[in-house]
Ligand binder design. Sequence first.
Ligand code: PLP
Length: 417
Amino acid sequence: MPEIAGMARAYRRMTIHHRKKMMTNIMEKSDSLFMNTYGRFPAVMVEGKGCVLKDDTGKEYLDFVSGIAVCSLGHCHPAVTEAIVAQAGKLVHVSNLYYTLPQTELAELLVAHSFADRVFLANSGAEVNEGAIKLARKHGGPGRYEIISLEGSFHGRTLATMAATGQAKFHKGFEPLPEGFVHAPFGDLAALGKMISAKTCGILCEPLQGEGGVRPLPQEYLQGIRELCDRHGLVLIFDEVQVGMGRTGTLFAYEHFGIEPDIMTLAKALGNGLPIGAMLARQEVAASFSPGDHASTFGGNPVACAAAVTVMKTMLADGFLAAVNRKGEYLAGRLQGLAEQFPDLATGVRGMGLIQGLVLTSRGASLGADMIKSLFGKGVLANFAGGVALRFIPPLVVSESQIDEMVDRLHDVLGAL
Ligand SMILES: *Cc1c(COP(=O)(O)O)cnc(C)c1O
């Protein structure tokens, strides 16, 4: 340990020039070690607190990405850190051959505050979507295996969830795709209805497409999808991996629509950064799984569950979700102001709560990636979603003054184009 303290002291004494050099070394080393799957920004992040991240050179960033809607309570939320540390000192892993307290407490909270009666815990969004696909097939019975999902959707990177994803760019080079997935054109209920056959077991959709460009499903469309499922005995699966857990201003996005699914998947913000996913279902559907049908070694890990319990309790505390709605409206209003100021770049704003997209014109969209790069240079993190919108998904604890600061810097970026 004294060596580490010594290294930290030596690091603090380094000049910015040396730190920058060290950062370049880390980036070069990473690029030579890892498979080339990520296009990264040139920053080595070392610390985070609330909505602010700090890199290796001491530069600060206002974080409107939140690790892709993951750190919703902000970086290193003290109560979450405390829960993680306390649980790590007690019990880290035992497998699902035994019962543990944190996962039972988490399941109890999820069931008490959702439509669902039963829970399955796993480690990521793709993994719980795989579970949902398996459950829908098992529930459908022999010969009913096809899932209809929507164009523009995103459901994950495993083979099945990639096949469910309704964007061709994710499929290229990985054919043949697993069988049993078809995609309906977005917003066209009649076309969706025509795709239902004796093979169909379920419809999978995001109430608001996040990766697809911050695109909420119209109310009547979602209502129509629910009715199609009821009429044909299909399970309706909501992928709330990105928009669940308070992001839209309600604990789950489906609450806005007043439409309940039969299965719902959660992941990103559930553990505020610890890897955890949950698949929830109504009892009648969940009953189609028997022991041995599905499992996960790490799923329901006590440390991840202890973090998730704290996330749930924090979000359910008085005033938390009301503040998300208030700040979401404020963010949307400020972005709308920019859209009006720069009509050649942006057409408007869409989103719910604290997932908001500045929708770009075709000229704007051709510059979307550059806008994000310039923002990064000015110390603001955001991303460009679906090739159509700048997406803003700050920690839900963001303040109005941080929103103002981000909008001011975005104003400068747009003004320079
Ligand atoms: C991120 C995401 C996933 C995939 O989650 P991973 O944890 O990356 O596997 C699935 N669905 C939606 C809607 C997502 O946003």
